[in-house]
Write a protein that binds this ligand. Structure first.
Ligand code: COA
Length: 150
């Protein structure tokens, strides 16, 4: 498998992967399109990476930098290839990039019931530093706030 930066031609596949995953963050397609609009001279920037093999795209991650802080906005691995380290590859890529850009930390929110994702983030070194009450809708649920200091 290989990890690479996403490009606009990846959007349909990213949207398909996202739609197939209930706990993923769900964005309208145009929000993915804005990821590729140049961000020179803006205080924030977005980055997306994908993992693929010869069969096609297996996973994607989207993150956004605001000042020195990064926010992990979405990560989805195709159901058939989970528990093989694919999400860890993507997190490693984000951490390396954020470090290289002198980032101070990476933040994320995750549904309290999403035990798999919480375990993934803990294993990657994130601390659970807070709870945002009723942060999610459909169904209403608390968010756990994760932070990785860089
Ligand atoms: C959460 C998700 C991204 C994990 O992807 P993955 O490629 O399977 O994760 P990895 O293989 O890198 O897992 C690394 C470690 O995280 C933990 N982990 C990952 N998924 C887990 C699960 N379902 N249950 C328990 N622990 C889990 C394990 O410790 C795992 O290491 P191990 O397999 O050696 O035990 C994937 O399940 C997914 O796409 N879920 C749907 C979308 C989602 O919930 N996204 C997060 C929204 S905040």
């Amino acid at each position: 498998v290989r990890v690479r930066l996403a490009s606009p031609i990846d959007i349909p596949t990213i949207v398909d992967l996202e739609r197939a995953s209930t706990p993923a963050a769900h964005w309208p397609r145009h929000q993915y399109e804005t990821l590729f609009v140049p961000t020179r001279d803006r205080p924030s920037e977005s980055k997306a990476w994908v993992v693929e093999d010869e069969s096609g795209m297996l996973a994607f991650l989207v993150a956004r930098r605001v000042g020195a802080e990064w926010e992990l906005e979405n990560i989805v691995v195709a159901e058939g290839v989970r528990r093989r380290g694919v999400a860890t590859l993507l997190l490693d890529k984000l951490v390396a990039h954020a470090r290289a850009e002198q980032g101070s930390g990476i933040f994320l929110e995750v549904r309290a019931s999403n035990e798999g994702a919480r375990a993934l983030y803990r294993k990657a070194g994130f601390e659970e530093v807070g709870l945002r009450k009723s942060y999610y809708a459909n169904p209403c649920e608390d968010a756990i706030l994760g932070r990785l200091r860089l």
